[in-house]
Design a protein around this ligand. Sequence first.
Ligand code: ADP
Ligand code: MG
Length: 203
Amino acid sequence: MIVSVLHQKGGTGKSTLAVSMAVFLASCGKTVALLDADPQGTATQWGRRYATEFHVDVKPQRMRSLVEAIKEIKNIYDHIIIDTPPSVNADTEPAIIAADVLLSPMKPSLSDMWALDRLAAMVLVAERKIKPPHILVLNMCMSPDERGKIADRLRGRPIRLSKVQIPLAPDWPEIFEGAALTEEIRNLLAELWAEISDAPAAD
Ligand SMILES: Nc1ncnc2c1ncn2[C@@H]1O[C@H](COP(=O)(O)OP(=O)(O)O)[C@@H](O)[C@H]1O
Ligand SMILES: [Mg+2]
């Protein structure tokens, strides 16, 4: 499975989710590549310190050659997770073209919701016949049910809202410091991964 983690804005939790999902899948005994297509290099920095310990292959990856790079390695790994820059434009289209599933973490805020529209439009015009399923997961939630108001606003968009809601919690930033996944984080990621693996293509 090839998953692109993307959102138009910075600070929505893309790198955190990409790293933690890669760690989770590797801990389930899968072979995992984490391709860091963000020149900021957050995932790469994590990888330099902790990739060996967590059995994840982390590679910096130019967005321009992403599609070719994936063709070369997709038979080697069970799963490939792609972390992307906080921008969605023509340059980032390879992350949409290469993926089986698009995963967007997002704070339950209106401004993040507006930014998502740009991404949804990019997905619609991306040069591929079958559009990848696009799953939105609410991140840094401060109350237990933020899904309701976002679900209403998503109506009519080709985006699925995950049942999983990620709370604002100090355990998540600690992942960048090499912390192992807590039981709670593992459970959330397991549930999210089940949705990702079950997602049928959007059209
Ligand atoms: N669920 C969460 N709870 C608390 N802090 C979080 C959570 N998810 C991410 N963060 C923190 O928010 C900041 C931005 O996250 P990051 O993954 O770097 O975002 P992006 O890659 O989208 O720019 C980081 O400091 C990260 O540790
Ligand atoms: Mg990032």
